[in-house]
Design a protein around this ligand. Structure first.
Ligand SMILES: Cc1cc2nc3c(=O)[nH]c(=O)nc-3n(C[C@H](O)[C@H](O)[C@H](O)COP(=O)(O)OP(=O)(O)OC[C@H]3O[C@@H](n4cnc5c(N)ncnc54)[C@H](O)[C@@H]3O)c2cc1C
Length: 296
């Protein structure tokens, strides 16, 4: 950190607890924690930050933060880089901290309707771009025209969608220490009432099949080709399996819930136990979808 940091408009916090920011309500402290006021402020922060590791979080709905926390700087973008502009009938520009729920609302108001597949995914645009978030047969990278990224020197670049390779829950093409700050997205138009109906159907389906009343991070594992992680986990008798305060959901076997003040170490042990048991009994190696961050 250098003296330029004094020009920041937000508050840089030290040893700041992260659990409350995560959908699992789990995780130790960030050595340094910052919520930028806007993009200019984030550029200023990164220009001033010299060598510590940098972690960027959206809404922390797909991360497990270890109990010892994260070394270096953690930047939390949810509801901070929050600018969304409708450009024309089909196009919009959104910054990375905008929530998918807010994006959906703005699109529907503007008559764009084929983003309904995202209904119920609780993250930000930045996290969705990094994870290639998807559901109901569609994913965000099908709608990206270009993105704006920032690097650790605080420099902004505009990059076209064809510079990236989107795959199931991952994206290839981002440099190390390069993060999304905005995207230009394109959506088709349709009837608002039909879009709203679809959203209600998707939300109902989630409420019926997912344990939304307990802290969780969505699906913990990627589905292997041609199968479902939940089916494999259930077939191994692991529904309800508990380690410490972490439990394989009885409602959806690919969800691990924070059942009773779980620690990250409980969740990680349960993830390992599921992987070992499923591999031993089916020969299939499950791959976690959730990103595990922080010091062991
Ligand atoms: C109840 C529930 C249901 C879910 N359902 C779905 C679903 O149907 N489909 C689906 O795909 N996901 C689902 N998820 C998972 C999650 O919501 C998505 O992966 C979401 O896109 C993550 O966004 P986020 O902002 O929370 O990212 P975070 O969890 O904050 O970050 C995820 C990863 O992206 C990185 N990252 C975050 N922001 C940026 C950025 N601006 N630039 C570069 N890297 C960044 C982080 O460092 C981390 O490695 C669900 C989660 C929950 C809790």
């Amino acid at each position: 950190m250098n003296k330029e940091i004094l020009k920041l408009r937000g508050t840089l916090q030290q040893d700041h607890q992260l659990a409350e920011y995560t959908s699992w309500k789990i995780g130790g402290p960030a050595e340094y924690f910052y919520r930028p006021v806007d993009l200019e402020d984030l550029m200023q922060l990164l220009r001033s930050w010299e060598d510590n590791p940098i972690t960027i979080l959206g809404a922390a709905t797909n991360v497990l933060i270890r109990d010892k926390g994260i070394k270096g700087l953690v930047v939390y973008l949810r509801n901070t880089l929050n600018n969304l502009q409708i450009i024309d009938d089909f196009n919009l520009r959104t910054e990375s901290g905008v929530s998918l729920a807010h994006l959906i609302k703005k699109c529907i108001d503007a008559g764009m309707t084929d983003m309904t597949f995202m209904a119920g995914i609780p993250g930000t645009i930045g996290g969705a771009l990094k994870m290639n978030a998807g559901a109901n047969g569609d994913c965000i990278w099908n709608h990206v025209q270009s993105v704006e990224t920032i690097n650790r020197r605080g420099e902004i670049r505009t990059r076209q969608a064809n510079e990236f390779k989107a795959a199931y829950r991952e994206i290839d093409g981002l440099d190390p220490d390069e993060w999304f700050v905005a995207a230009n997205l394109v959506f088709a138009r349709g009837k608002k009432s039909e879009a709203q109906e679809k959203i209600q159907t998707y939300l109902k389906k989630r409420a019926n099949s997912q344990p939304l009343n307990k802290p969780n991070c969505g699906s913990v594992f990627r589905n292997p080709t041609g199968d479902y992680a939940a089916r494999l986990i259930e077939s191994c008798g692991l529904k309800g399996k508990t380690i410490g305060g972490a439990q394989v959901s009885e409602k959806h076997a690919n969800f691990i819930i924070n059942h009773d003040n779980a620690k990250a170490i409980d969740i990680e042990a349960l993830i390992q136990e599921i992987m070992d048991t499923v591999e031993k009994s089916t020969g299939i190696k499950l791959i976690p979808e959730v990103h595990i961050l922080g010091q062991k």
